[in-house]
Design a protein around this ligand. Structure first.
Ligand code: TRP
Length: 332
């Protein structure tokens, strides 16, 4: 008998336009997982609305992310691509898990602590329960592995705690998921301040590259990237700007950082920046063209997300029914 493929779940939140960091840190790696694993890739729109979203922009970004998945090489027929809000089990399971989670553990999440500093008393309740919805996403599919960046590791740990607790209290129900950290999925830093993660929410747009940035904008942003006065291409924490550029090249080419460093012996930052810009443009340009085509073919996108939702719904509903039954809710 053929062995069951391991299950992978991951998602991207349509709260801002995606950056090169989202692409290299997540989506590009997912492409390599689709043969070996049974993958669910979701656009987590319900997570996006934990902060205010302009409805029209939210709709556009949700479809754009789905298009980026497909344009990057994730094959819809081989995976389950869907939009979170299309599968109501996510919201329902999230409530059930909320009732089995503690204020204390949610209050310890650093992402929540950071945001509550920013918003104070008027922080949305959704930001507090955000990791419970994420646990629901993962646990409904009994995911074995969850590819996440370092910043989401704490949320994943919490998903494990929630799963283990539920299994203990109500009898084994969920697979306890593991984080999946990809080999070349280095964290991409801000080009202007390499001590911070590359993020769309930074004030200075020169700090980030968007997946949909035109080639000339990409070249300009790379040429303005902050380096240092050392002038030698080294992979060290003392040269965070250069290290970040090397990480970008390394992720795009799938070549270890040390080999990249060797190839710049006797060369300077100008050559490095030129190659980084070239590699980003040649990686992103075909994806951008495909995304534009897909965004102009809403019928096709609709077909994909409807099929995805049907597939996801079938699996998620089975898990949700189990949860309801074990908790003591009367089946209809
Ligand atoms: N919270 C994740 C992020 O901000 C997105 C996300 C939501 C997610 N649900 C998930 C990631 C489930 C992995 C699995 O990046």
């Amino acid at each position: 008998m053929e062995e069951r493929k391991k299950i992978i779940f991951s998602g991207v939140k349509p709260s801002g336009d995606l950056t090169l960091g989202n692409y290299l840190g997540a989506i590009k790696n997912w492409v390599n997982l689709q043969e070996e694993y049974d993958c669910y890739f979701c656009v987590v729109d319900l997570h996006a609305i934990t902060v205010k979203q302009e409805p029209k922009e939210l709709r556009r970004r949700t479809l754009e992310i789905l298009s980026i998945y497909i344009a990057s090489g994730i094959v819809p027929e081989k995976n389950t691509l869907f939009i979170q809000s299309h599968v109501s089990a996510h919201s329902e399971a999230s409530w059930l898990l909320n009732c089995n989670s503690y204020m204390g553990e949610l209050g310890r999440m650093t992402q929540f602590k950071d945001k509550s500093q920013k918003y104070g008393e008027s922080i949305g309740a959704g930001l507090f329960t955000y990791p419970v919805l994420m646990a629901a996403d993962i646990l409904l599919y009994n995911a074995d592995l969850v590819p996440v960046g370092i910043d989401q590791k704490q949320h994943l740990e919490l998903s494990r705690d929630i799963a283990e607790r539920f299994n203990r209290v109500y009898s084994p129900t969920f697979t306890v998921p593991d984080a999946y950290i990809p080999t070349f999925g280095a964290k991409i830093m801000d080009l202007q301040d390499p001590s911070k993660k590359m993020s769309k929410s930074e004030e200075n747009p020169n700090g980030y590259i968007l997946i949909m940035d035109p080639p000339e904008v990409i070249r300009k942003k790379v040429s303005r990237a902050v380096t240092d006065s050392i002038g030698v291409v080294n992979y060290t924490d003392d040269q965070p700007g250069v290290k970040n550029l090397i990480n970008i090249l390394s992720s795009i080419k799938g070549v270890p950082a040390e080999d990249i460093v060797k190839s710049y012996e006797g060369l300077g930052y100008a050559e490095l920046k030129r190659d980084v810009a070239d590699s980003i443009v040649s990686e992103l340009e075909p994806i951008q063209n495909k995304v534009r085509d897909l965004m102009n073919d809403k019928t096709y996108l609709e077909e994909i997300y409807k099929k995805g939702a049907d597939k996801a719904n079938y699996v998620a509903m089975k898990t949700l029914r189990k949860m309801q039954k074990k908790i003591g809710l009367i089946p209809r």
